[in-house]
Design a protein around this ligand. Structure first.
Ligand SMILES: [Zn+2]
Length: 60
């Protein structure tokens, strides 16, 4: 499986794509960064991949 990540355009903090998928939108976890990251910001190919492989990302 591929690990898809998204980097904040403001501070470069890396967020896992599957976390974005679960939350849809989230505040950037970067220190002192107020950017809002969206699942929709991912490439459409990446969005499709995560959606189709969701079960493989289950954390245990
Ligand atoms: Zn940020």
């Amino acid at each position: 499986m591929r690990i898809i990540t998204h980097s904040c355009p403001d501070c470069g903090t890396i967020v896992a794509g599957n976390i974005l998928e679960r939350r849809r939108t989230m505040k950037c976890p970067g220190l002192d960064c107020e950017a809002v990251l969206r699942f929709a910001d991912l490439d459409s190919d990446d969005q499709t991949y995560i959606t189709e492989n969701q079960e493989k990302y289950t954390l245990d």
